[in-house]
Design a protein around this ligand. Structure first.
Ligand SMILES: O=C(O)CCC(=O)C(=O)O
Ligand SMILES: [Fe+2]
Length: 349
């Protein structure tokens, strides 16, 4: 399968039964598709990608002022070599931001995931970044909420069936990403599934994103102006496995070439528990249950499912901010079914 055969879904087509059927097929068969007519123009996307390039061109000192190690809320900049996926180092640098929030004082935390809540880190050297990325986040959030409702309709359930898990606004997390060229083949980001409901990816012209399909890795080549959409673990859970959170990865570009992308992850509120949707009989019969990988348990408690990914990806942040006694005890309670060494190999609980 190549780009031409990955489904292309027009947002404008989703008012018709035919369009919804195509969406259902894309989300349940491949778990990945291109989205067009989504309302963010090609030129506007280029503006965001230009800002991203500008950010990564800041001096390393300027970037380190917003280094994620400073943030117990997993926000800010990660240089090369500060992310692990599938137990190996990724070759990418990135800047993460989420909903702008106030942190909960440590003594008031009752759940470990509550520590994800907090302010973003914005670089003072680029004052234009905060308003631009905050506005992008709102635009993408609107698109994903709309798409989630269309997905519910495509499954024959009420368009608003998951709205209560989102409340006023979904939990959102976004990343500016730069994959530098490498001399030999490297993992830009290793094989993984995304933890939330839905992911949107804006790619520049350089390919490298690959999706697993029948044991093969298929290229998701960039189509100018289109977003790549993939189904996250929470939708796999909500649909009892009818929709697929598909493994994907990025291979580093060759020496002398770099790849830029912006990824946007939308999930339910961290305090929510994801329900199993009442699928019509015909679809229920085809839902084989969510995948069961002992190395990656899918958790219906949204906060824990999101935190699981963060703790594993950025172990330097985990060690700095999550290994005090309180956090360790909370972690041990919440992640009883996961080997704790997988989260932090310095913990002895
Ligand atoms: O950079 C990309 O194209 C995808 C990145 C990705 O899969 C992720 O960050 O979860
Ligand atoms: Fe991903």
């Amino acid at each position: 399968m190549n780009a031409a055969t990955l489904p292309i879904i027009s947002m404008d087509s989703l008012d018709s039964a035919e369009g919804l059927a195509k969406l259902r097929h894309a989300a349940s068969d491949v778990g990945f598709f291109y989205l067009v007519d989504h309302g963010i123009s090609y030129d506007s996307q280029q503006d965001y990608l230009r800002l991203s390039r500008e950010f990564f061109q800041l001096t390393s000192q300027q970037k380190q002022r917003v280094d994620m190690i400073r943030s117990p809320h997993f926000r800010g900049y990660n240089g090369m070599g500060s992310e692990m996926t599938a137990g190996r180092l990724d070759a990418r640098e990135q800047f993460d931001w989420m909903n702008e929030e106030q942190a909960i004082p440590e003594v008031k935390l009752t759940q470990p995931w509550q520590k994800l809540i907090g302010p973003n880190l914005w670089p003072s050297a680029m004052p234009q970044l905060k308003p631009a990325l905050t506005s992008l986040q709102q635009r993408l959030s609107g698109i994903t909420v709309n798409l989630l409702q269309k997905l519910c309709m495509s499954l024959g359930v009420d368009a608003n069936a998951l709205d209560h898990t989102i409340g006023e606004q979904p939990y959102t997390h976004a990343k500016l990403i730069r994959y530098p060229g490498q001399e030999s083949p490297q993992q830009g980001v290793g094989a993984h599934k995304d933890p939330g409901y839905l992911t949107l990816v804006m790619q520049d012209t350089q390919s490298g994103l690959k999706v697993e399909r029948d044991g093969d890795w298929v290229d998701v080549a960039p189509i100018p102006g289109a977003f790549v959409v993939n189904i996250g673990e929470l939708l796999e859970l909500a649909s009892n496995g009818f929709l697929k959170a598909t493994n994907h990865k990025v291979e580093s570009p060759k020496q002398g070439v770099e790849r830029y992308s912006i990824a946007f992850f939308m999930a339910a509120q961290l305090s929510a528990t994801v329900p199993v949707l009442p699928l019509p009989d015909e679809l229920r019969a085809r839902a084989s249950g969510p995948s069961t990988d002992p190395n990656n348990p899918l958790l219906t408690d949204v906060g824990n499912n999101v935190l699981k990914g963060r703790l594993r990806s950025h172990t330097h942040v985990t060690r700095r901010h999550y290994c005090q006694q309180t956090a360790r005890t909370l972690l041990a309670n919440s992640f009883a079914q996961m080997p704790i060494t997988d989260i932090c190999n310095e913990c002895t609980i």
